[in-house]
Design a protein around this ligand. Structure first.
Ligand SMILES: *Cc1c(COP(=O)(O)O)cnc(C)c1O
Length: 354
């Protein structure tokens, strides 16, 4: 792929204090952009200054949400190398998301090449303080200006980057989760498995309700019976019950997380039985009360592992592991972050040097 480079007149000032990076506050100097037009396909790959993108007010994405995205990170190792974690998984997932939204395929090799190209240009933006990283956000949207609902004739694929701080600056704190029993996130046949903006637009109300009650995240139940546990706002979720692991299956309504897949690999490697099966909220709350629910944790790129300390469903509340991170959750966190930041041997071959 030929990538044109357009230099900025002046580079931005980088944030000095890497302990205050937060998430998504600072945008780097450049972005990768490529266009797709019917008849022509993908063309005009370029790395240009990160700046506003002019959009025709009638463009399809602004009205009908034809948009998909991805999220991955670039990690700086102690030796100063920069590496990505399973970027081909993000590339493939975006292909599936795009298929569902009738958007053109952005080929896997091109995706990984584009990510590496922008990270190379922005290598000085990859922070080096412990557990910081450069968050990479590829996304695609319909640009054609025409108001009828249809598959658009033109799209943009863009990658922006933002340095992010240690997710657990003050130690790993378990979160309080509210089980949403009214609103739903996904149904079979819908877009639950796709990483698309529309899924998030419709999830915000649940999040707002949860926050108003003092909870940090929503646990979504299946959209038909509101009975089976599916996933948390931006994370998949796993439970350790009587020594075995339970997580929702990937069958159309749950987002196939790269972290989820990696954790399942590691758990099986360690000899755990992992049940990718439907688990009802009643069974889960019962396990919480009878003491067999040993640990619960979310999995996702941003936090890696997010232990759950409390689950509330209707009038019932359970506390998990005395509101402490569980032994297994901690070990999984240390193992996966160890591989990502190059502190542990990558025996699965998951990292790629940029
Ligand atoms: C991105 C995302 C996840 C986590 O996926 P990772 O690839 O592990 O970061 C889980 N659930 C939803 C709804 C997501 O959008």
């Amino acid at each position: 792929m030929d990538i044109r480079f357009e230099k900025r007149e002046q580079l931005k000032e980088k944030p000095q204090d890497e302990s205050k990076l937060g998430f998504g506050k600072y945008m780097t100097d450049y972005m990768f952009v490529m266009d797709w037009d019917r008849g022509e396909g993908w063309h005009d790959a370029r790395i240009v200054p990160h700046e506003p993108i002019p959009l025709e007010p009638a463009c399809v994405v602004l009205h009908y949400a034809q948009e998909t995205f991805e999220g991955l990170k670039a990690y700086r190792t102690a030796e100063g190398k920069i590496q990505l974690f399973r970027p081909e998984m993000n590339a493939r997932r975006m292909i599936h998301s795009n298929e569902r939204l009738c958007m053109p395929e952005f080929p896997e090799e091109m995706f990984v090449e584009a990510v590496k190209a922008i990270v190379r240009v922005e290598k000085d933006w990859v922070p080096s303080a412990p557990e910081t990283s450069l968050y990479i956000r590829p996304f695609m949207f319909a640009t054609e200006a025409a108001l009828g609902v249809h598959m658009a004739k033109s799209y943009k694929f863009v990658i922006i980057c933002t340095p992010v701080g240690a997710y657990y600056a003050g130690g790993i704190d378990p979160v309080k989760i509210l089980v949403e029993d009214e609103l739903v996130r996904a149904v079979k046949g819908g877009t639950g498995f796709a990483k698309c903006g529309g899924n998030y637009a419709s999830s915000i109300l649940g999040q707002v309700k949860a926050e108003a009650k003092g909870y940090t995240q929503v646990l979504w139940l299946d959209g038909v019976e509101r009975k089976y546990v599916e996933e948390v706002g931006t994370m998949n979720i796993m439970f350790k019950i009587a020594g075995e692991i339970y997580t929702a299956p990937i069958d159309g309504t749950v987002l196939p997380g790269v972290t989820r897949d990696s954790i399942i690999h590691i758990l099986k490697d360690w000899g755990y039985k992992v049940n990718e099966t439907r688990l009802s909220i009643d069974e889960l709350m019962k396990a919480g009360h009878d003491g067999t629910l040993e640990e619960a944790f979310g999995t996702g790129t941003a936090a890696v592992i997010s232990p759950v300390g409390e689950l509330a469903y209707k009038d019932d509340v359970v506390t998990i592991n005395d509101f402490q991170i569980g032994e297994l959750s901690q070990k999984l966190y240390d193992t996966l972050t160890g591989i990502q930041w190059g502190k542990l041997e990558d025996k699965y071959g998951w990292t790629q040097e940029v």
